[in-house]
Structures are given as C-alpha cells and as structure tokens.
Design a protein around this ligand. Structure first.
Ligand code: APR
Length: 238
C-alpha cells in the first residue's frame, strides 16, 4: 500500500456554480452586477453600510434557500478527505457552507463565512442565518454593531499561518474553480511549486496562472472533480 500523499486543495466560486451560486468574474458574475468598491471594502461599509448589509443579506438568504445544495464536486472532496485520513487540507475562498454540508470537516474559510456575523469591536463571530443590519447588536457587547464575517478587499485573509504551513508540506496542490486573480490565494501555486508539490488545476477554462500548473484539467466541476478524486483514490490505493 502506498503512503497517502499530503494534499492541499484550494477551491473557488467555480465549485459552487452548479449549485446555483454565481461566480464573481464570469459573464453575469457578481462583480458585473455590483462594484467591488461599493460592497466589498471596509471603505464601502463605512460609506454606505446599508448597501453592504443588503448585498450580503441577499446572498445569505439565497444560501439558506433549500434549492441551493452541495453538488457532486463538493461531495467528492468530502469522500477524498475521508480516504486521505487527515492528510487533506481544504482551503476555500468561498463564503458558502456547501463543503460543510457535503461532509467535509476540516476547512479553512480564508475569506470568511456568509452564515456568520462579526462584532466590530471584539471580532467575536456568531452563527447567523438571517438578515441583519446596523440596528442588530452583538451578543458580546450588546451595544456595538455587527458586520458581515467576510474578508473584504484590503483586509487580511484568515488562517494564513496554517495554510502556508500545510502548503510547505504538501505533495500535491490542487486548485479547483478559481480564476487565479485574487492574492494571496492566486499565489499558493507558486509556494506549492517551490516546496516541490505537484500542482494540478481543475477549472472550466484556464485560469490566469494556468501556466504555473503541472497539469490542467478542463471541464465542469461536477464532472471533472469526482473523476479526479476517483483517479487519486486508485493511484494511491487509498
Ligand atoms: N466548474 C468549474 N469551474 C467553473 C465552473 C464550473 N461549473 N463555472 C465557473 N468556473 C470557473 C471559471 O472559469 C472561473 O475561472 O470558476 C472560476 C471562478 O472565478 P471567480 O469568479 O474569479 O471566483 P474566485 O476565483 O473564487 O474569486 C476569488 O475573488 O471577489 C473575490 O472574494 C471573492 O473569493 C472570491 C475571490
């Protein structure tokens, strides 16, 4: 029996597209309908908090809508986590909860979570599956406002120490459904290559940094991710 490889997987909006959630940069994507500067920066929240609350409230309520379900790609990654027995680090830029609902257990949400609110004073976070706004007070201070628990442009992504360490130790790095435009996530492939990991991209179309990967698999996530997971399980006799 082969030793299981240490695997780091980075997912982006493309993995949730077939669950009915919009990506950011594709045709008709979220950043075509809204400008980043209006809804996804600390300055936007200071300038027009109600617009920012509304943008994330709509996305939160869409997520709790029962028709949005994990798809075959999310489920395949949960299967891979079980097969790799602790050797998989799943890093997602997505703020949805579809990996959790598919059965993945160890996930780093580097850009935060839609189903969570955050106290602006203490940074404490609270599970939240309803709409909230500037009148909603937090459970820790009872006075201060809550903000969406989202990492906005200009803010530091979460879990960077843990992610960097696991990438440094990875045998395989896989990016799924991300356009490779937003750093630091877009640079993970460079760190992984420097550490000697094999780097593989699975995406509908080649990403901005596709040339950095050793292998590139094109197609829709619900088709190519389950096939790829089956291949890894067979190749490593997991
Ligand atoms: N299967 C596989 N890939 C897909 C699918 C699909 N069904 N549909 C779209 N894609 C691919 C697109 O080709 C694109 O390359 O998913 C990618 C989505 O790219 P983006 O919309 O840029 O999303 P992402 O890379 O996750 O964005 C990163 O940008 O605005 C921020 O914070 C936001 O976390 C987000 C970050």
């Amino acid at each position: 029996m082969n030793t299981p490889p240490r695997v780091v997987i980075l997912t982006g909006a493309g993995i949730s597209a077939e669950s009915g959630l919009k990506t950011f940069r594709d045709n008709n994507g979220l950043w075509e309908e809204h400008s980043v500067e209006d809804v996804a920066t600390p300055e936007a929240f200071a300038r027009n908090p109600e617009l920012v609350y509304r943008f994330y409230n709509e996305r939160r309520l869409q997520l709790t809508n029962t028709s949005v379900m994990p798809n075959a790609a999310h489920k395949a990654l949960a299967t891979l986590e079980r097969a790799l027995k602790g050797q998989l680090t799943l890093v997602t830029q997505n703020v949805d909860d579809l990996h959790e609902r598919a059965g993945s257990e160890r996930i780093f949400h580097m850009h935060g979570k839609l189903l969570s609110s955050r106290c602006v004073t203490t940074n404490n976070t609270f599970e939240c599956n309803t709409a909230f706004d500037s009148l909603s007070v937090c459970a820790c201070c009872n006075t201060t406002t809550l903000r969406p628990d989202i990492v906005w442009f200009g803010e530091m992504p979460l879990f960077m120490d843990e992610i960097s360490q696991d990438i440094a130790n990875a045998d395989i790095f896989i990016a799924i459904g991300t356009s490779g435009n937003v750093y630091p996530a877009a640079g993970f492939v460079i760190n992984a290559k420097d550490s000697g990991a094999k780097c593989i991209e699975l995406n509908l179309e080649p990403s901005a940094n596709n040339w950095l990967f050793d292998e590139s698999i094109s197609g829709s996530a619900t088709k190519i991710v389950p096939e790829f997971v089956a291949r890894l399980i067979e190749e490593y006799d997991l």
